[in-house]
Design a protein around this ligand. Structure first.
Ligand SMILES: Cc1cc2nc3c(=O)[nH]c(=O)nc-3n(C[C@H](O)[C@H](O)[C@H](O)COP(=O)(O)OP(=O)(O)OC[C@H]3O[C@@H](n4cnc5c(N)ncnc54)[C@H](O)[C@@H]3O)c2cc1C
Length: 424
């Protein structure tokens, strides 16, 4: 959070007139939602959270950009509607979901969030308020989806919600012994299930490298779901900062070994919160990493590299020895429509990294590997990538910067991340 820097108001239009950036709930892991050095104020959208229009026939909703997924869940899931794409936390805003073009467990079927957005109302750098869509200012629309807030302040989002048969999830789980089996299992699951993902142990090596647990799911049918609505409970608090180093190689290794061997029930109907948002169960879970904190790293390795590419990447990670409880692997579908959207067909791997003296070095090594494999990183999870690395992995960058410059020739809209990666 950035107390002192953030101006929050219900009137997003009023507070975005002269600030260089808008942020949502600050769930981007790196510096995308932080002001650049010297910028004293940014807009916080969280109080601008009204639903402006909803058509119960079509499911098309328009809301202010600060509406959180948590509120949307409470208001719409009991009525049989939900966002077609959800990230792994419900404490994000619509604006943040557009800016990062978030993906979920169903990426191989439903793509990113931006695919379901029909129009945006934006305040652009010269102060004008502009509506953009696939037919109106399409360059601005596609640069804003996945553009990390750098094309303007998103004021309103119109999105097609998805109708769900019940508010419950039917889930199956399977233990998988190594990365080759995991890749095959993910591919097999993706062919038959709308939602898939896996947790892998990033510290095991040799024959059990990449062992883990595969999850596959779908919305439960009325004949298998409980009658009651799955109520949301407040997160369990972590009341104080844990000591530095508590989450280290030994504790993670022990956790991973225990988690892998847990008698995971095979099939069950579960609360959507447990399926989509396991980390939200513990509030302030980041305190577990101590005062030095942590960052995340997420990359996608193209399908053309197959299993060997994923093995080579995991090799870099296991040798680094800084991997986390959370290492999530996912099959990605087609590239998103946003010019800088993260996913491409292949395998996505996300991991927490405790901040240590050698974390920058590990990120550099992982980025070298990602570049060699023809992959890319996810800006919403990035704090440490070097500009030359990002340029080497992002062939679409010039197109994005050209559109950004057209709409913001003086470079008024910027973040700490954009200055680090692009110089403005
Ligand atoms: C536990 C956890 C799990 C996650 N799981 C996933 C996942 O599965 N898939 C995935 O894709 N992401 C995931 N994320 C990342 C998260 O979805 C994105 O970072 C998202 O952008 C955060 O939304 P926010 O509202 O908190 O935005 P912030 O973090 O506040 O901002 C993120 C970016 O959006 C921009 N932005 C926000 N609001 C506006 C606005 N109104 N106008 C213009 N720009 C704006 C900011 O400038 C910044 O660049 C996860 C994050 C966490 C903490």
């Amino acid at each position: 959070m950035v107390p002192g820097y953030q101006v929050r108001s219900e009137d997003l239009e009023a507070i975005t007139g002269d600030v260089p950036l808008t942020r949502g709930l600050g769930r981007a892991y790196g510096d995308a939602a932080l002001p650049a050095a010297g910028d004293l104020r940014i807009a916080g959208s969280a109080l601008a959270d009204r639903v402006l229009r909803f058509d119960p026939q079509s499911g098309v909703m328009t809301a202010e950009a600060g509406l959180s997924l948590d509120e949307l869940y409470r208001a719409f899931l009991p009525r049989g509607w939900f966002t077609p794409v959800t990230p792994g936390t419900r404490f994000v805003t619509l604006g943040g979901m557009v800016a990062a073009d978030v993906h979920g467990k169903n990426h191989h079927v439903d793509g990113c969030f931006g695919r379901h957005v029909t129009s945006l109302r934006l305040r652009v750098a010269d102060g004008r308020i502009v509506t953009c869509s696939r037919s109106e200012h399409p360059d601005l629309f596609f640069a804003t989806i996945g553009g990390m807030g750098l094309t303007g302040h998103i004021l309103e989002v119109t999105v097609q919600l998805a109708h769900v048969p019940t508010p419950w999830i039917y889930q199956e789980m399977a233990r998988v012994p190594n990365i080759d089996a995991f890749m095959d299992a993910l591919k097999g699951a993706a062919a038959n299930w709308p939602m898939t993902m896996g947790w892998i142990d990033c510290l095991s090596s040799g024959g059990s490298m990449g062992r883990g647990v595969l999850f596959r799911g779908r919305w439960a049918r009325p004949d298998e779901a409980p009658r009651a609505f799955p109520a949301l409970r407040p997160p369990i608090p972590v009341p104080f900062m844990m000591p530095n180093g508590l989450i280290g190689r030994h504790t993670v290794r022990a956790f991973n070994a225990v988690y892998y061997r847990l008698p995971h029930p095979n099939r069950k109907v579960i609360h959507p919160k447990g399926f989509f948002y396991p980390l939200d169960v513990v509030g302030d879970w980041h305190r577990g990493y101590g005062s030095r904190g942590f960052t995340q790293y997420q990359c996608v390795l193209p399908a053309s590299g197959g299993h060997p590419a994923v093995r080579r990447f995991l090799d870099v990670v296991t040798r680094g020895g800084n991997a986390s409880f959370l290492c999530v692997i996912k099959d990605c579908g087609p590239e998103g429509e946003g010019i800088l959207s993260f996913p491409k067909p292949g395998t996505s791997i996300a991991l927490d990294l405790a901040m240590r003296d050698d974390t920058q070095q590990l990120v550099d090594q992982m980025n070298d590997c990602v570049i060699a494999e023809g992959g890319r990183i996810y800006l919403a999870k990035d704090a440490l990538t070097r500009p030359e690395h990002f340029r080497a992995m992002e062939t679409r960058l010039d197109r994005f910067l050209e559109i950004r410059r057209t709409w913001d020739p003086d470079g008024r809209i910027r973040s700490a991340q954009s200055v680090r990666l692009f110089g403005w």
